[in-house]
Design a protein around this ligand. Sequence first.
Ligand SMILES: Nc1nc2c(c(=O)[nH]1)N[C@H]1C(S)=C(S)[C@@H](COP(=O)(O)OP(=O)(O)OC[C@H]3O[C@@H](n4cnc5c(=O)[nH]c(N)nc54)[C@H](O)[C@@H]3O)O[C@H]1N2
Ligand SMILES: Nc1nc2c(c(=O)[nH]1)N[C@H]1C(S)=C(S)[C@@H](COP(=O)(O)OP(=O)(O)OC[C@H]3O[C@@H](n4cnc5c(=O)[nH]c(N)nc54)[C@H](O)[C@@H]3O)O[C@H]1N2
Ligand code: SF4
Ligand SMILES: [Mo]
Length: 888
Amino acid sequence: MGAPIVASVRTTCPYCGVGCGIRATPTVDGALIEGDPEHMASRGRLCVKGSALGETLGLDGRLLTPAIREGGRLRSTSWGEALDRVASSFASIIAEHGPDAVAMYVSGQLLTEDYYVANKFMKGFVGSANIDTNSRLCMSSAVAGHKRAFGEDLVPGCYEDFELADLVVLVGANTAWCHPTLFQRIAKAKEARPGMRIVAIDPRRTATCELADLHLPLKAGTDVWLFNGLLSYLARSGAADKAFVAAHTAGLEAALLEADRCDSIEFVARTCGVDPRLLVEFYEMFAATTRVVTAFSQGVNQSSSGTDKVNSIINCHLLTGRIGRPGMGPFSLTGQPNAMGGREVGGLANMLASHLDLDQPAHREVVRSFWDAPRMADKPGLKAVDLFRAIEEGKVKAVWIMATNPVVSLPDADQVKRALERCELVVVSDMTAGTDTAAFGDVLLPALGWGEKEGTVTNSERCISRQRRFLPAPGEAKSDWQAICELARRMGFAGFDYSGVHAIFDEHARLSGWRNREGELPRQFRIDGLAGMDRAAYDALEPVQWPLAPGREGTRRLFADGRFAHADGRARFVATAPRAPANAVSGEFPLALNTGRLRDQWHTMTRTGKSPRLAGHAPEPFVDLHPHDALTSGVREGELARVSSRWGAIVARVAHSGGIARGAAFVPIHWNGQTASDARVGAVVNPDVDPVSGEPEFKHTPVRVEPFGVSWHGFILSRQELDLDRIANWTRVRGAGFVRYELGGRDPVSPEQARALLGAGEDADWIEYEDRAEGMLRCALLVDGRLQACLFLSRRPDLPARAWLGGLFAEAELSAKDRATLLAGRAPRQGLDPGPIVCSCFGVGRDTICRAIAEHGLTDSAGVTACVRAGGNCGSCLPEIRQLLGTR
Ligand SMILES: Nc1nc2c(c(=O)[nH]1)N[C@H]1C(S)=C(S)[C@@H](COP(=O)(O)OP(=O)(O)OC[C@H]3O[C@@H](n4cnc5c(=O)[nH]c(N)nc54)[C@H](O)[C@@H]3O)O[C@H]1N2
Ligand SMILES: Nc1nc2c(c(=O)[nH]1)N[C@H]1C(S)=C(S)[C@@H](COP(=O)(O)OP(=O)(O)OC[C@H]3O[C@@H](n4cnc5c(=O)[nH]c(N)nc54)[C@H](O)[C@@H]3O)O[C@H]1N2
Ligand code: SF4
Ligand SMILES: [Mo]
């Protein structure tokens, strides 16, 4: 079967859509992870998440055998029994209720081969397009926008364009944190050419803004006004490329008619809530610069007007002819490692493999004939949010969820729980046993994870690269494609007997060339140049950008000849009428909740949550508020608050980052039912979607913030996980050799209760200190002289720093001195507190950096690195270091 495991392999990072190359060398307890200098996407760079991959490969928490739930309890079983159960349920549900009564919900984190087979299984053989993907939550507005403008879902440019541009506009993209190595490339280019300009368009002042010459803090949801205003301005100021527009586009008139409603700077500035001078500065800069890249991400896509936002941006590039040439173009930054591969295989419920459409009979026929499919789906399936509604309504009776955690990541996430509770058969394929979604699984199937499985991924710049295996398969885990093929065979479907993963890739490549000619069904996506690879050629595949026709090299940029994928070869302007988010803030829910990512965590934390190094940057869920809104909401920085909407509620600690405007709130997406008692923010998010793409409005939900009253604050550090269900509020994070719990409690805790909580028996080595008058309790449990657990409670949130105490878990035995001062929470002559971690690679805190800046009069990040090492490895923290230098 697969290639033998060798000493060191070249593979691709499993996190973001930048798709950095990695050299991985297996070690006794994981793997040594280094950047691959030969990979075109990253040239040796890795961000902090990529660098910490080695710490996430342990088998703790992994799902290692199939399991079936019976009478509420999970029982381990064989693959044979588990798949028989799924096959017979699927078959009987289909027989009784038709193929649309079963569904799959998959993920942009599948490899292309897994993804291809899943779509073939559902759309060609089950006969239903009820297979959607978490890319619906991520890229579907970009897909829809591309299709409207270009005729096909095509990203015109490449990463090099960011370096060649004279102006990079980042719209709704916190690139410094979410696409860090690409951000570093931009930063390097700007360093080399200081004339290069960067504009950030984001309601929050994010780390990305540290590099920007101009930050437009627009009101959430107003991007279409801003870009319509720009289109009108460009037309009026003579920036249009008339020859390009005449030769290669259609539809300008209608788009301009709409845009001209935004021809007044004052009107646009007022609507978007930005300073008119800054707006004019941006418009002038855009008009005067030929080499412009406008990159956009979830601040654009995840909106009830997401598709229009995308087209309003593309319109400006079409008007100026700035597309298809070096250093310019609209650029959709993809989120997941294989968001693009998913689009190639038709992962969305309204698409077919090879960039073909489900609702077009001629397209369906191309795919049907290639697959020799017995039962082609003949209409688009349900989009993610609708799919889970249909499950709750009982219309869809079985769902197979693969490589995604919808109980955490879908909007109105409590509805997802209700849906899964009612569903007859929930199958969950995951690497992780205890996810919030797996808790609803009737059948759990163990999946191979990164480093164990193999296949290909496609990044944001259309670069296909190999993920290679360097670890043995643990337990009975299998690749997702194997699970699907085995099920398909059980259901009697032909065409699922692949000799290996390379054979699936070959079929995918051949399909892209199938009837792909003038006069048939020409499409720009093609990789038939990669067809016919045997196992060895597939194993040796180097990163390459599509399109790739036989006998050709890969393609850096599309549309260089001005030919687009619409039948007449012309791109389309789209008239985009601006509209405000459907759910407006009100007296009852006065703040607009925005949700997004943190630098060091990946989504629902099933993998990054394993790394102590990644935990330090933001150990707890928080709600970022403007101090004025905190005041009017009656909450205080550092205390707990309840954030609620019409749909649900969470509890998080109030923070003032200084980057948020009045009327808004921001909560990170990463915490879930396993890592916090009450911080699954998806439960709060409204389920409104974009009417064209079906992408949810994750960035705008009306909410209310109120105090979450507790009578004490506290934390526990413990070698073992604890059951804290009786405590009003807790969050959990991984430390080196211990688990850290942050607590907020209502009922008083006595020393006896503390003993029980930490598992200290009668004659345990136990030390405690209680000051009832002050509401303070501190205690520690030692086993054989080693620190086993400690607990600190106080009426006020100002507890000792966790860093020194955490360090004691590395000691084989506590010294008498440490033991004596343990309950003080710090060493007798301890150095100063490092503060919250900024540089995760070297564990350098904010206070350490600020002290170094002050003491040594440092003025640039290089000075900080020389002094305290921060920023000297992956560079992910450089924007924050610049921020600290700036606020001094
Ligand atoms: N560290 C880390 N990196 C990741 C991920 C991760 O989980 N962690 N996930 C990956 C994935 S799947 C994705 S999709 C990407 C997402 O990457 P990004 O889209 O860059 O990240 P987000 O934090 O979701 O949101 C981006 C910004 O949109 C802004 N925004 C909100 N509303 C609006 C608006 O109306 N207009 C504008 N212009 N901006 C607005 C937010 O304030 C936020 O700063 O990140 C990828 N990279
Ligand atoms: N409020 C709010 N919600 C959001 C967003 C937001 O900005 N705000 N962003 C949305 C976006 S853009 C995205 S992409 C989603 C992400 O949301 P999810 O996809 O739900 O998040 P992950 O934690 O990445 O889930 C991936 C799961 O797959 C498992 N896994 C990893 N590799 C494999 C594999 O090879 N096979 C299998 N079978 N399982 C595997 C992991 O253990 C994990 O449980 O969240 C969306 N939700
Ligand atoms: S930027 Fe970081 S998370 Fe994204 S692919 Fe590169 S190393 Fe992985
Ligand atoms: Mo995403």
